[in-house]
Design a protein. Structure first.
Length: 199
């Protein structure tokens, strides 16, 4: 593992770092720093019109960057977050266009890894797309990711925390809930915990 203080310094100064989540490794940087976000796009060779999620630390953070939330949002949060669930909501005017590519929505993620959570609380919101070149499989082995990114980025290596299955993406921005990507959490599990979900 790289020195945690060095990682904190890089984040604070607008740089990018590799951090583990409970699903795959992410490439993290400060979401409200446009140059930091643009650096992530450059490192990943990611199309600029492909929106980023906000990695946040609490339900209050989700409420601070969204609007028109469903009444059951707190119940959903308590059941599954932090954890492998990405929630898409309508974005409010606090979400910069360089994060969500000017869309009317934004995704929220609360990774369940103690070091990553600590850094999100201190420097967040952060963006944290999967740590890989765009179009390649999500990164699950730290050393492979470092090689893939040309050894330009340091981070926290914790391969034992990585499950390898991406988060479930749940879109709550419309009249009906919609699963955009089936990941760790199933539709059945969502409905069991939150029957109010209207798929």
């Amino acid at each position: 593992m790289a020195d945690l203080q060095a990682i904190k310094t890089i984040l604070a100064e607008g740089g990018a770092v590799i951090l583990p989540t409970e699903t795959v490794y992410g490439l993290f940087a400060k979401a409200l720093d446009q140059q930091a976000v643009e650096r992530i796009y450059e490192l990943k060779q990611r199309p600029l019109d492909k929106a980023m999620n906000l990695n946040v630390a609490s339900l209050e953070d989700i409420l601070a960057y969204s609007k028109d939330q469903p009444a059951y949002l707190a119940k959903l949060y308590r059941a599954f977050l932090p954890g492998p669930l990405t929630i898409i909501l309508k974005a409010n005017d606090k979400v910069p266009s360089w994060v969500n590519s000017g869309l009317s929505t934004v995704g929220f993620r609360l990774p369940n890894h103690p070091v990553t959570q600590q850094l999100i609380r201190k420097y967040g919101p952060l963006i944290g797309p999967s740590a890989n070149l765009s179009g390649r499989a999500s990164g699950t082995v730290f050393e492979d990711i470092v090689e893939q990114l040309g050894r330009q980025v340091i981070g926290v290596a914790d391969d034992s925390a990585i499950q390898g299955l991406d988060s479930t993406i749940l879109d709550l921005s419309g009249d009906r809930a919609d699963i955009l990507r089936q990941g760790t959490i199933s539709k059945e599990a969502l409905l069991e915990a939150v029957p109010e979900l209207n798929f």
